[in-house]
Design a protein around this ligand. Structure first.
Ligand SMILES: *[C@@H]1O[C@H](CO)[C@@H](O)[C@H](O)[C@H]1NC(C)=O
Length: 219
């Protein structure tokens, strides 16, 4: 009897930990939709819902991904997002989209999305892509993708894409959050405001102060 109740408790705890542990996206819906009310001052985890009777079809629509992003920049790439900021109807739906353009040798530099997994497909051209697993392994998975190929960057892991071809590349990626967030590693570490103190960066990267200053000057 006692063994049975311990077993049931263990089974219940296991079920609870599974249902939480496998939640790899935004919280699930409690209604058909919750179109963002961008005028609301209410602060919740996400955005407040506008009155359902004021919801119109345009709340679920955005036009513009036929247009290439401006890749005239140091990295030679541009990300055009379509998330809850562009489509209010994405609020609470746990999904969003980006178009990414790359010049020849263009790079979407190492970055992470704190709130989402990403699934990317190449529409035109070829890309070298990769991600690195967490400590202590820091295993690097990388692959060359051609037109129509699909690749997954697991939630939270540092990843990149690089155009290895001689023509512009276009990719489309879906992300498992209405608001995936982006942390570009170099910008966060060397370009923060105010700066991370030199003593911390010299120790972290095991380099001289002038190397840190030079890195910071690039961002
Ligand atoms: C693209 O960006 C560059 C650099 O910021 C700028 O000089 C140029 O005018 C932009 N081109 C277009 C078409 O917006």
């Amino acid at each position: 009897m006692r063994t049975a109740s311990v077993f049931l408790l263990a089974a219940a705890l296991f079920a609870i930990s599974c249902s939480h542990g496998t939640t790899a996206s935004d919280p699930s819906l409690l209604q058909d939709f919750c179109v963002a009310d961008k005028t609301s001052q209410v602060r919740v985890n996400g955005l407040a819902c506008k009155d359902a009777k004021d919801v119109v079809v345009e709340d679920f629509y955005h036009s513009g991904l036929h247009l290439a992003g401006n890749i005239t920049n140091k990295q030679g790439s541009a990300v055009t997002p379509v998330n809850v900021a562009q489509i209010g109807g994405l609020n609470t739906l746990g999904i969003s989209l980006v178009r990414i353009d790359y010049a020849p040798s263009g790079l979407n530099p190492p970055h992470t999305h704190p709130r989402s997994t990403e699934i990317l497909t190449v529409i035109e051209g070829s890309l070298l892509v990769g991600f690195v697993t967490s400590n202590p392994e820091n295993k690097h998975f990388s692959k060359v993708l051609g037109k129509g190929d699909v690749f997954v960057f697991p939630k939270g892991l540092v990843h990149y894409q690089f155009n290895i071809g001689t023509t512009d590349v276009v990719a489309i990626a879906a992300l498992s959050s209405q608001n995936p967030g982006v942390i570009t590693i170099a910008n966060a570490v060397f370009g923060s405001t105010p700066s991370i103190p030199d003593g911390i960066l010299t120790k972290a990267f095991q380099v001289e102060k002038n190397t840190v200053d030079w890195m910071q000057a690039q961002f």
